[in-house]
Design a binder for this molecule. Structure first.
Ligand SMILES: *Cc1c(COP(=O)(O)O)cnc(C)c1O
Length: 444
């Protein structure tokens, strides 16, 4: 398909600031992403469908490499994973962070070098650890004391494994309570205040087969300020100094996790990566100098900020109704492909595509088709007052924690994922069919 971009004046306005950089306006109220018309994509692949702008993913990977030149950047696979995504991330020179045997297996079978993979998880199953050791992951991040014995026991007589310890730095940050992971009282990591971090350090050092390379912390997700990262960093360097004092060991790696926030709606803040990189570098140099430590190798693990803004979800409107003073437009997907509104109360900025409307706008609440009142994509957004069944709504910033968190709720089936790049659309993950869903139910 060929598309020709139109000048702004010919197509009306509308803020595209949270859309992929490749987004252009087309005739008839349509948009193109990666050179592909959204209206045509909705027609060709049916709806709901997720588009992923390959160029935007690659551009974001490159931005991380440019902004953090001496840092190992690991993409957090849980945000979105597919074989194509694994290839893009590998080709752009990033590492990978996984948290299950499934993510690990998919990555390695898609050609990702295991030594560039880090395994996470607050409760690693025997299969997770066995696969990690069998495939030879570069690092395992230990999250609880019992893992130390398990990993040591699972290692063969001659094998050694590089490990990091996940520490709770006591820093509160993140877009919602459910994604704040930097303080005591949540399930991740080893606490500094109750002594479990210190205890775990001693136990790891007592195991010859475990090579303690450094410390890890991940304070939360959808963080838009730099300061919490600096606070966590200082705590980590203090702990590294104590480890040197008590055990005579100088750690060589420091992993600051991910959590870099993005704007989901125009005007929302996003984390400034250039400022983060600069201030992390200077704070690390200062704290290490003050503690008499060499500067460790830095690792970071962005997920959302790599893939979130590269995704666009397309839905078709099924019904429009006015009830209790609210206009509801219900679409053919919702919490089974995107549980984020129901989990964290977040809201999106959908827009009509593929039909030029001259109607005035009207405050509209866009809801999903699922049997829960919390299945709300957008509340009171301005959409054309003549919005009607059959219209296509496009939702930007749909690339992270949507498809990867999709469920079988209401047996709707999970949507396909399509890569859009340089005017071409290619199916990456096909739609889940009723046969897929019912095939697992063997009756009994
Ligand atoms: C989820 C997670 C990440 C990525 O978080 P984003 O908010 O997507 O950047 C990185 N590291 C760990 C340990 C995580 O759990």
């Amino acid at each position: 398909m060929t598309v020709t971009a139109l000048p702004e004046a010919a197509t009306g306005t509308g803020d595209l600031s949270v859309w992929p950089a490749s987004t252009t306006r087309l005739a008839q109220g349509d948009l193109a992403v990666g050179g592909v018309s959204l209206a045509e994509a909705a027609e060709r692949f049916s709806t709901p469908v997720y588009l992923l702008d390959e160029g935007e993913v690659r551009r974001r990977c490159r931005t991380y490499r440019d902004v953090f030149p001496d840092t190992e950047v690991l993409y957090a696979a849980k945000a979105f994973l597919s074989r194509a995504m694994v290839r893009w991330v590998r080709e752009e020179g990033l590492g990978l962070d996984v948290c299950s045997a499934g993510e690990l297996e998919l990555a390695v079978t898609a050609g990702f070098p295991p030594e560039r993979i880090v395994l996470h998880g607050n409760a690693k199953s025997p299969a997770d650890l066995d696969n990690a050791l069998r495939l030879g992951v570069g690092r395992i991040v230990i999250d609880s004391p019992s893992e130390i014995t398990r990993i040591a026991a699972a290692l063969g007589k001659r094998d050694r494994q590089k490990v990091l310890l996940r520490i709770v730095p006591g820093v509160s940050a993140g877009g919602h309570d459910k994604i704040r992971t930097g303080t005591d009282g949540q399930k991740f990591g080893l606490s500094l205040t109750d002594g479990s971090a210190q205890d775990a350090i001693e136990r790891v050092l007592g195991r010859r087969r475990l090579l303690l390379a450094g410390l890890h912390c991940h304070i939360g997700s959808q963080i838009t300020e730099v300061e919490p990262y600096l606070a966590a960093l200082r705590r980590m360097v203090e702990l590294m100094a104590r480890i040197r004092d008590h055990h005579g060991l100088t750690l060589t790696e420091l992993d600051l996790g991910g959590g870099h926030g993005v704007a989901y709606r125009p005007g929302e803040p996003a984390l400034d990566l250039t400022a983060l990189a600069h201030r992390v570098r200077t704070t690390l140099a200062e704290s290490c100098a003050a503690a008499g430590l060499p500067v460790p190798r830095l690792l970071i693990e962005p997920g959302r900020a790599v893939v979130g803004p590269a995704g666009v979800a397309l839905y078709r409107v099924l019904t429009v109704k006015r009830t209790g003073g609210t206009t509801f437009a219900a679409v053919d997907g919702g919490m089974s492909d995107n549980p984020r509104p129901a989990l964290y109360g977040v809201r999106y900025a959908p827009r009509l595509v593929g039909r030029a409307s001259t109607a005035p706008t009207h405050a509209t609440t866009v809801v999903g088709r699922h049997c829960e009142a919390g299945d709300v994509l957008a509340a009171g957004v301005e959409l054309p007052a003549d919005l009607r069944p059959g219209d296509v709504l496009a939702v930007p910033v749909a690339g992270a924690y949507q498809v990867s968190m999709a469920s079988g709720y209401n047996m709707v089936g999970r949507p396909p994922v399509v890569a859009v790049h340089q005017g071409t659309a290619r199916l990456l993950i096909r739609r889940e069919t009723l046969a897929d869903l019912s095939g697992r139910d063997i009756g009994g």
